[in-house]
Structure formats: structure tokens, C-alpha cells
Design a protein around this ligand. Sequence first.
Ligand SMILES: O=c1nc2n(C[C@H](O)[C@H](O)[C@H](O)CO)c3cc(O)ccc3cc-2c(=O)[nH]1
Ligand SMILES: C[C@H]1O[C@@H](n2cnc3c(N)ncnc32)[C@H](O)[C@@H]1O
Ligand code: MET
Ligand code: SF4
Length: 320
Amino acid sequence: MLRTVTYSPAYTLVPTYECFNECAYCNFRVAPGQDSGLERSEAQGILASLSGWGISEILILSGEVHPASPRRRDWLERIYDLAQLALSQGFLPHTNVGPLRFEEMACLKDVNVSMGLMVEQVSGQLLETVHAHAPSKEPGLRLEQLRWAGELRIPFTTGILVGIGETEADRIQSLEAIAQIHQTYSHIQEAILQPYSPGNQQTSTLPGFDLTQLPSLVTLARRILPPDITVQIPPNLVYYPDLLLSCLEAGARDLGGLGPKDEVNPDYPHPSPEHLQQFLHPYGWDLQPRLPLYSQFDSWLSPRLKTAVGQWREKNAVRV
Ligand SMILES: O=c1nc2n(C[C@H](O)[C@H](O)[C@H](O)CO)c3cc(O)ccc3cc-2c(=O)[nH]1
Ligand SMILES: C[C@H]1O[C@@H](n2cnc3c(N)ncnc32)[C@H](O)[C@@H]1O
Ligand code: MET
Ligand code: SF4
């Protein structure tokens, strides 16, 4: 009997790489003023070229403009526009652009089938190290985002970043915080266990998460998180085949968005779904595409989003 593991056929649009935070582990950001941003026409061209390839998710991932900046409004509008554009071309947007004001989140809900924000770690200690210049990584602020998403009934993706100087106790606390918020709202569809992976740009000299610890972290997460939250691991960052299999054995059931480029970790290309399926199948795993919205949340959507999702569900039903 085959066991199922899922992934989301995805393409990432980046409204801007500029970010007022300076997370020491980041390989994505450029300094404010250094990026003119993705133009609407450019995005339109990209989206047009994607149709027909089975890509369902448009992941909108961005650097951040300070909440008090006069440029914040434009920034949000651009994000909204991109999601709207993706939706109008039949794609399903998932936005993760850092912490938002309640009204900003409510506004983006209209054009996203799900949204996301990593907790990173709840330890305040990291505000003195990797997050010393990253006000958006204040743990209280991020947990509040998870609660707001719940209040707004937004299906949500979160997770923890590991290997950034946190302790085992910090990891447990972070996972417990996610589990606790989910208890109130039941809105978290998946939790990503993201191993910090060094690239060419980060300022941190940390060595990167010791991947041999990942299977036991999956076991820990599986023990702490309620069963309706799927555990996701990124296969491009877990590049040893044995370790990937051990993570699945330990309870990971999703491999996240797979596309031509991992914008966050550009030095670690995503494996192709075909290649992964070829490797996993002999070990009793069946790799299946999924949408950026887990089906138990379909009823939370506005009529417009429900129609967009419905079209994909039908298409997938015909495929199998
Ligand atoms: O390709 C990537 N996709 C990332 N994704 C995309 C994710 O794999 C999928 O978009 C979700 O599983 C929804 O389908 C994130 C989504 C979030 O909500 C929060 C964090 C991430 C982080 C990454 C990432 O580092 N690289
Ligand atoms: C979008 C998410 O990507 C993660 N992130 C940021 N930089 C790195 C890195 N070098 N390695 C792995 N994950 C990273 C953070 O958890 C962020 O919230
Ligand atoms: C490369 S990170 C992208 C999302 C956002 N800036 C965050 O850190 O939460
Ligand atoms: S991880 Fe996100 S918040 Fe931190 S510097 Fe990079 S883009 Fe900005």
C-alpha cells in the first residue's frame, strides 16, 4: 500500500527584494532603494508564460517596507495587484510578505486562498543575535499575526526556522505556541520545519542546521502539533535522500511549493516532481500535487475564490 506525500506546483513572484529588516541569515533582501520592484506588465508576461504547465500556486514573497513609511501603501497595493492579476489568470495566490496590520491582512484575504508567515522562533534572545536588526521578527508580533489570521478565517501556513542559534527548549516552545493558537481557531493547515541553509549573501557566520537532526525534529513536531496540521519539509534543503526518507518515516507529509527557483534559498534548486516521484516510489511513497489551500478550508472562501479553487479541484479529479 502506497502512502501519499504532497507538494504544490508553484511559481514565486517577488514584488520587491528591498527590506527594512536585516535578518542575519537572509539571502534574499537588498537594501531599501536598491530594487525598483516587479512591474505589473512584467508580472503579466510571466503569468501568461506559465499557463498550461499545471502550476496552480502563485507564491507572493516579499521584502518589507516599514509600517510607518509613506511608501507602505504603495507596497501593499502592489502586492494586492499581483495577487489579483494571478487570480484573474486562473492561478491561486498564497501571500507571505511579513507581518501586516489587521486591516492589511483583511484586505489581502480577498485575493488569496491562503496566506503564511513563519514564527521563526519565539525566543526573545534572538533579538540580540540574528534578529538584532529585524523588528519584524519580534515574537509577540508574529504570534499576533497567527491569531489575526485565525480571527479573519484565513487558512494559514506557518512554521519554524531552525539552526539560527535557538535551543531545543526554544523549538519546543515555538511549536507549542503554534499548537496553542491553532486550538482556538483551527486555521493552520501546515507547519514548515525550515532548516537554516547558508548561501552567498547572509551576514551570519552560523554553519547551517545540522540536517541529521531533522528526522527527530519531525518526530517532535508530530508529537506537539495536532494531527490536522501537516508537517512540511523543503526537499531542496534536505538534499540527502536517506534523510528525506527518514523525515517522511517520522511523519512529514508535504514537500511545499516546487518551482523553477527557490527565491529564499537560490543556491538550493528545487528538485523536479518527476525526479522526486521516481526516487520516492520504490520506497512506497506516492507524490501527489495539491493546491495551496487544503480542502478542509474550501468552505471558508468567498464565492470568487471558491470558484477559482473549484476549477482546479475538478481538473485534478479528471487527472486521477
Ligand atoms: O520555495 C519556497 N517556498 C516557501 N513557501 C511556500 C510554501 O512551500 C507553499 O507556498 C505553501 O506550502 C502553500 O502551498 C513558504 C510559504 C509560507 O507561507 C511561509 C514560508 C515559506 C518559505 C518558503 C521557502 O523558503 N521557499
Ligand atoms: C520566508 C522564510 O524563509 C526563511 N528563511 C530566510 N532565510 C533563510 C535561509 N537562509 N535558510 C532557510 N530559510 C530561510 C524564513 O523562515 C522566512 O520567514
Ligand atoms: C525572505 S523572507 C520573506 C517574507 C518576510 N520578509 C519574512 O521574513 O517573514
Ligand atoms: S528574512 Fe524576510 S524580513 Fe528578514 S531580511 Fe529577509 S526579507 Fe527581510
